[in-house]
Design a protein around this ligand. Structure first.
Ligand SMILES: [Zn+2]
Length: 225
């Protein structure tokens, strides 16, 4: 059997001019005495003070480098997109990119609209509060009026009893209630315009206040004309 290949194993340590650049150095490195054996693991290495110090120094240096790099890269950081770039070229490309500009326009728009919408919301809230206050005031007014009406009704009844005549409030129904209101209004006007005179005139029937009011209105209108 003819054998044309290399029979003997490749020898190391022989300077062969036919090898490529750096090939000899590579071979030398991997065949060196300290690199033939397996590198010991961290736990296998005896933890001497010297080793510890060496590790510390290395770690410190690494950290320092990292912080410095971070400081340098701050220039290539986009706050808007929350993106970090390593090179100026990359950063510039980002600044002119669609993503960045879209985000920028969106932010501007939101800022512009955000304030107006906030104002709108405030206005609406204020209006709502005003409406509520008005409602409460109305309710309070209604309550007060009701009480006043009751009071007047009682007064009227008392007056009627004093005068001894039969008056309208005894009859139930809405129409009579309206009539009562009219009478009460009349009474109010009567009291305000004439003071205690209407109350003092107990001799006549309950119709008297109405008459008095009519006269008051008539007088007013006459004076105005
Ligand atoms: Zn950006």
């Amino acid at each position: 059997v003819l054998c044309t290949g290399i029979i003997e194993p490749i020898k190391s340590g022989i300077r062969d001019p036919k090898l490529g650049v750096g090939k000899q150095e590579e071979d030398d490195f991997f065949t060196a005495e300290e690199n033939i054996q397996r590198r010991k693991l961290d736990i296998e290495v005896e933890d001497t003070e010297e080793n510890a110090k060496k590790r510390e120094v290395l770690a410190e240096r690494e950290q320092k480098i990292q912080t410095e790099v971070k400081e340098i890269r701050k220039v290539f950081y986009c706050d808007l997109c929350n993106k970090q770039y390593k090179l100026a070229v990359e950063f510039e490309a980002h600044l002119s990119s669609y993503d960045h500009n879209h985000r920028k326009r969106f932010k501007e728009m939101r800022e512009m609209h955000g304030t107006s919408s906030r104002d709108d919301r405030q206005k609406r809230e204020q209006q709502r509060q005003e409406r509520e206050m008005a409602k409460f005031a109305q309710m309070a007014d209604a309550h007060k009026q009701q009480q006043e009406q009751k009071q007047r009704q009682q007064d009227q009844q008392q007056q009627d009893e004093e005068s001894g005549s039969v008056s309208v409030p005894t009859a139930p129904g809405t129409t009579t209630a309206l009539a009562n209101q009219d009478q009460r209004k009349a009474l109010k006007f009567g009291f305000s315009s004439k003071g205690g005179t209407s109350k003092n005139t107990t001799g006549s029937a309950a119709k008297k206040p109405k008459v008095a009011v009519a006269s008051v209105f008539g007088d007013d209108s006459d004076e105005e004309q």
